[in-house]
Design a protein around this ligand. Structure first.
Ligand SMILES: [Zn+2]
Length: 79
């Protein structure tokens, strides 16, 4: 059962670890898996994008974003 909770989202922007408190995510109350709200992730990605913001980085930012899971069959799922 996935429930909407507000957690702290972690992502890498260039060499900086960015934390976003109170980020909406769907958390499974059975196995504890987290699936960040897709719209919120898109919003944050746009917000952090050098093309959309005021920052002009020489290199594109390297982000480590948790793999998106959209409810397809997951062989490794424990649900
Ligand atoms: Zn689960």
């Amino acid at each position: 059962m996935m429930r909407l909770q507000f957690i702290t989202y972690f992502t890498w922007l260039d060499e900086e670890l960015v934390t976003v408190p109170n980020f909406p995510a769907w958390v499974c109350d059975v196995c504890g898996k987290r699936e960040y709200d897709e719209r919120a992730v898109n919003w944050l990605t746009t917000l952090l994008s050098p093309n959309a913001g005021q920052t002009t980085l020489p290199n594109p930012p390297r982000r480590r974003v948790p793999p998106s899971r959209r409810g397809q069959n997951r062989p490794t799922s424990t649900e």
